[in-house]
Design a binder for this molecule. Sequence first.
Ligand SMILES: Cc1ncc(COP(=O)(O)O)c(C=O)c1O
Length: 401
Amino acid sequence: MTPTRSLEETLRLRLDERRARGLYRQLKTLAAAPGPQAMVDGRELLTFSSNDYLGLATHPDVIAAQQAGAALGAGATASHLVNGHLHIHRQLQDAIAHVTGREAALVFSSGYMANVGTICALVGRGDNVISDKLNHASLIDGARLCGAASLRFGHSDLDGLQRQLGRAADSGGNTLVAVDGVYSMDGDCAPLAEMAALCRAYGAWLMVDEAHGFGVMGSAQLPSAGSIAAAGLAQGDAPVMMGTLGKAAGNAGAFIAGSKALIDYLVQFARPYIYTTGMPPAVAAGALAAIGVMQREPERRARLRRNIDHFRARAAALDLPLAESASAIQPLLLGCENAVMAVAAELQGRGFLVGAIRPPTVPAGTARLRITLSANHSEAQIDLLLGALAESLDKIRAVAP
Ligand SMILES: Cc1ncc(COP(=O)(O)O)c(C=O)c1O
């Protein structure tokens, strides 16, 4: 028998290799959700790293609703199809359908589960799934797991998408095109109107992940519905919409919104919906309240918009390496992992927390700082970050030009 390494030895070797490549990740422990200040590992920092774009994770009405929701039970006690589906889940689904302009919605425990479960339910062996190469890991994993032929195209490359649609049409079967509406690590929006037109021409189904679009953008009629609505599209153009409740809604969980038939179908066939305990009622109550605040307080979206514009104008004046992003996600591409880690550490020393994003989350050579803005940031706080950022970059460049 070939000798094998022990589990502990194997883990140690793999961890050492990750450390040697400068890719080792470490948890930071916060005393409470950032508002945007937070105690991080015992030190108060101003955070520009959360996805709480509208500041709803710390909104008193949302917290009060969530506390009241706990009176319905600490847990759902079973999967949705057994006895874990409560009236509060139905209310939340109805509210989501209403604000997204869709016939129906279904809540999942997380966005990861919603993406994997939906792709695997919709396509399988003999079908095709076409993905943008910068799609979120949960869409990539769904495409890998579903058993369909997996085709990819360059980031937002419409010619590439058309080529893959042609290949898929030649090979037969159904075709699902899955993209992020707003890219989580780049902040740019997918060209959804053109993509929907291509999908229509080839008879493919368009699925859009609205993790970073829901709540913060939309159309005049549906101001918080997300990037599909912002692109002037509706349910018929992008029939499968996924959104998360852990970002602009400041909570946890996710949803798929679409036709009644789509939702009926997912209840029957989406395994991560069927074989897991229902969303805790308090989470459903908190998310429902958050959606209410999104509608009642449009000034939060307006404040976020002003903060994004302010950040970009000031960053451009400081000649910082800004990416083309009009969203709350503002990456600063530095390329090298060590530089990203050094600038993030320098910033932390000066009292700021920003995301330091390295491969495999992003492609090799594109390590970046992921700065996220919230309606709760003040312009003065943004100026403080930018000042510290410019100084930190200068300092790191002086050491390793
Ligand atoms: C684009 C995108 N899709 C899906 C997810 C997964 O959502 P969740 O955190 O609810 O699992 C995330 C973030 O985590 C994301 O950024």
